[in-house]
Write a protein that binds this ligand. Sequence first.
Ligand SMILES: Nc1nc2c(ncn2[C@@H]2O[C@H](COP(=O)(O)OP(=O)(O)O)[C@@H](O)[C@H]2O)c(=O)[nH]1
Ligand SMILES: [Mg+2]
Length: 290
Amino acid sequence: MFNNFKSQISKIFSSHRVDDASLEKFEDLLIMSDIDLETSSFIISKLKNEKFIEIPSIEKIQSSLEEIIKNILSKNKKNIDYSINKSPYVILMTGVNGSGKTTTIAKLAKQFKENNKNVLMVAADTFRAAAVEQLSEWSNRIGTDIIKDVDGSDPASIVFKSIEHAKQNGNDVIIIDTAGRLQNKQDLMDQLGKIDRVLKKHDDSFPHESIIVIDATTGQNALKQIEEFNKYTSITGVILTKFDSNAAGGTVVSLSNSTDIPVLAIGLGENINDIESFDPDKFSKSLVNN
Ligand SMILES: Nc1nc2c(ncn2[C@@H]2O[C@H](COP(=O)(O)OP(=O)(O)O)[C@@H](O)[C@H]2O)c(=O)[nH]1
Ligand SMILES: [Mg+2]
């Protein structure tokens, strides 16, 4: 995954001195790795406070860094509970077009299915016909129920129907796909708000999760995306996708430091099993030791 963090750290601290000059270079590395300014400064200040012996080994610097990052990543720790007993358990998926929503829905559905949950997918992305098609294909392949638009009805009414369907058919988990909303598409953002209100009208604990799917290669725009979507549905978790491509990794660190929203899982490819529950320990290790 990451940009040779390890060799760059070794280069920066080749004198083994954790001083202003090396820390300044190190801050540049953090920012280039998609960590925002505030979080970078925070990490630097933590590293400055470490009581290093005068000339610490690279390994010592690395392990301190690993610990600092792990602590940041552990702040909002939460994963998806695939064996949850709350029926129906309602998950609303949001995020900009191409971030990986539909693919991630399929991955989640598979995990729930493996835990003997009866899943209902809801094709409430009616903005593009191909989107409904794509979700249908996944639903066929995995073997889940699906509700889709038949008569040009709007996304909120499809969502409304899906709750009725789940109650009648005993679906345990409802996963709702929504249109790839660009922040400047006001009508689509308003629709998202309407979907959220329709769900709450059914039951004010709905949706149990509003998950935003973000392409990890997006970099620092991730924070902006969360802020924007959060205006229409209260975001409860993030799934970052495409960690198999050259995502710098720092986005996760920024998110964890700057928000209270947990990173639930990460996507590692286009296939159905390419998803992992987010593990702060493992992630900080791989970030620093890559
Ligand atoms: N490499 C990689 N590609 C992904 C991942 N998740 C999704 N994709 C691809 O990203 C593209 C957009 O995904 P899609 O689920 O249609 O995004 P949506 O528009 O948000 O629904 C597709 O080509 C997916 O196969 C991932 O974790 N890794
Ligand atoms: Mg989609």
